[in-house]
Design a protein around this ligand. Structure first.
Ligand code: NAD
Ligand code: ZN
Length: 355
């Protein structure tokens, strides 16, 4: 069976295109009572961007905090706040921020039309009703959340996304001017998330021409950003993120993402840095990619934290292994159908102990 996957139907790209957001939302506004919700990373409180959010009188500005990556409990709480704000459902939910804020916006838009807690929908195609119209305005490039069919959430039992066709954004606003104040280390971690998406897709057994076409272009863009330090690097990384997301949509990520999920489940390590810590230990599986990654890391003067796992309790390490090995498709993509014979619990544990 071939996957018939849903694409984002509308994309606007260009420096300053955020200025057109009001007009774009306008198409979804009905009568004078209609209202939109701006799910906005609180890092922008008091910053110039706050004043540029095209709020109308009835609209809701919902600040979100992403010091911790999105949890199901937080999504449920935010959804209740939106429901209590006004009658009916909003005409649009607009996520402004990095992968975390975009995933929160996706999740809220889904939970406004689907009953119960978001924990009920962690998995594949469990969402029953279409979401409220939702839009993404990335302010940090790399995760590919702007094009993906998932919203990654950590719940009481698992870290697993709300994966469905309804999760895909209705509109994406790609304005490279919005990423200019991202701190250097964050730019590296989230940018490397994109780099790793490309390597895992291009080196994987699920590779096909669709994924290769997007993955090769995204990887080329990453190199222009991080190796050549191209003057248009913000524009380039924004497109790399988009294309990297397109590449994995029709293939899969691999060993690095599987292990990093284990790490972040137990330690709360954020996605970008978690992927970097993990990838650095995977030269056995991605020799060329890891070599180039280390060159970039040196160029960016990044020092990764080390020794995160060795002093943990045995049961915590075992939990990491269980979470990581639960991600069958990622391992199959990396190592082929026979992966269980290669990536044993002992092998996975040994890799964690290097981190
Ligand atoms: P993030 O959204 O967690 O943000 C990281 C930090 O950067 C935060 O402190 C944030 O406030 C700050 N920030 C964002 N934009 C900024 C700006 N313009 N200026 C200054 N600071 C800014 O980081 P991320 O790496 O983009 O996202 C990680 C999240 O994305 C994780 O929760 C991960 O699970 C998720 N993810 C989702 C997908 C998907 O397909 N849905 C894919 C990969 C990762
Ligand atoms: Zn990733």
């Amino acid at each position: 069976m071939f996957r018939n996957f849903k694409l984002v139907p509308n994309v606007i790209f260009g420096r300053g295109c955020f200025g057109q957001l009001d007009e774009i939302i306008g198409k979804y506004r009905g009568n004078d009572k209609s209202w939109a919700v701006f799910v906005t990373d609180d890092v922008f409180k008091g910053k110039a961007l706050e004043k540029r959010i095209p709020m109308h009188d009835n609209d809701m500005l919902l600040w979100v905090n992403v010091d911790d990556e999105p949890k199901t409990g937080y999504v449920d709480e935010l959804t209740l706040q939106v429901k209590a704000f006004a009658q009916g459902t909003p005409c649009a939910v607009i996520g402004i921020g990095g992968g975390s804020s975009m995933d929160l916006a996706k999740s809220i838009s889904l939970m406004l039309t689907n009953k119960g807690s978001s924990t009920l929908y962690q998995g594949w195609d469990l969402i029953k009703n279409p979401a409220v119209c939702h839009m993404a305005v990335p302010t940090l490039s790399g995760t590919g959340s702007e094009v993906s069919r998932t919203a990654v959430l950590t719940g009481p039992e698992k870290k697993l996304g709300l994966n469905s066709d309804y999760t895909v954004f209705d509109q994406v606003v790609l304005d490279p001017e919005l990423v200019k104040d991202v701190p250097d280390d964050q730019h590296f971690y989230t940018g490397m998330d994109c780099y790793i998406h490309c390597i895992e897709s291009l080196e994987g057994t699920f590779l096909n021409e669709f994924s290769r076409s997007y993955g090769e272009k995204a990887l080329d863009l990453c190199r222009q950003v991080f190796i050549d330090e191209h003057e248009d690097k913000d524009d380039k990384l924004m497109m790399a993120s988009f294309f990297g997301g397109m590449s994995i949509a029709y293939s899969q990520v691999g060993a690095c993402h599987a292990l990093s999920y284990g790490l972040s489940y137990v330690l709360g390590t954020h996605h970008g840095i978690g992927c970097c810590i993990t990838f650095d230990c995977l030269s056995e599986f991605y020799p060329e990619g890891v070599k180039e990654f280390r060159t970039i890391m040196e160029k960016c003067r990044i020092e990764l934290p080390r020794g995160l796992v060795k002093n943990l309790k045995e049961e915590q390490i075992e939990k990491m292994v269980t979470v990581a090995l639960g991600l069958d498709p990622l391992w199959e993509n990396c190592l082929g159908r026979d992966w269980k014979n290669i990536m044993t619990r002992d092998k996975a544990k040994a890799l964690f102990l290097k981190m």
